[in-house]
Write a protein that binds this ligand. Structure first.
Ligand code: PRP
Length: 214
């Protein structure tokens, strides 16, 4: 286990908000965080190493202990079901998971109508709970294409501003679950480095609370 506290950060839409939150909590993240292709950034003065991963992979790095902690969307946590602790709701990157489709969508008589998603486990468990049998088609992005070109009747995807749905003439059919980013921790790291991890969670919680009061 590294001496440095290793933090897995999700590249992409959560990244900027997570960096800002850490800076507000007093962590001196260098300008490299704003414009770099580096995948590992050490901040020795804070005793930290950051690894920049694909959002869906953050819980994997944390579960395997190569990162002590990480920032992961609740969407990823539900989809991946990794053996990690979720210790703080960072309340950033708020969005929600929904079922969407064409405005003309009508329940079909197919035995298993097709649903496209980047979240096959989450989608499957949602439809199972609803008692509806569907065939899930896994895609890796641009999910909104699927109903437009007839690959699937519906999609299960994240809605943030709602712009992607609107600009592609799709509508929300069902709300599934609210999503925010979470601070996640490897269980062994939490035993070995509890002081520094708790300190970080407390600092972040304070900043989040201040933000709520503004
Ligand atoms: C996400 C999501 C939607 C879109 C929703 O995609 O899958 O497509 O954002 O955001 P909106 O409601 O603000 O329009 P992302 O941009 O992460 O890329 P992806 O399509 O490659 O998954």
């Amino acid at each position: 286990m590294s001496e440095l506290l290793t933090v897995a950060m999700p590249k992409g839409r959560i990244f900027e908000e997570a960096v800002e939150l850490l800076r507000r909590a007093g962590y001196p993240l260098p300008p490299e965080f704003d414009d770099s292709r580096k995948l590992i950034i050490d901040v020795p003065e804070a005793g930290m190493r950051f690894i920049l991963a694909k959002p869906m992979d953050v819980p994997t790095y944390v579960e395997h202990g190569v990162a002590d902690i990480g920032v992961a969307g609740k969407d990823t946590m539900i989809e991946e079901e990794r053996d990690v602790y979720e210790i703080l709701d960072l309340q950033i990157s708020e969005c929600y998971m929904a079922v969407a489709g064409l405005p003309t969508y009508k329940k079909s008589n197919d035995i298993a109508p097709k649903v496209a998603s980047k979240y096959p486990n989450l989608a499957a468990s949602y439809f199972r709970e609803q008692g509806e049998q569907v065939e899930i088609i896994k895609l890796n992005g641009s999910i909104e294409l699927a109903p437009l070109i007839g690959l699937a009747d519906r999609i299960v995807d994240i809605v943030s501003t709602g712009r992607t749905l609107k600009e592609n003439g799709l509508v929300e059919l069902e709300y599934i679950v609210p999503i925010t980013s979470r601070l996640i921790v490897n269980p062994v790291s939490y035993r070995m480095k509890d002081t520094v991890i708790d300190e970080m969670a407390e600092k972040l919680a304070r900043v989040i609370e201040e933000g709520e009061q503004q």
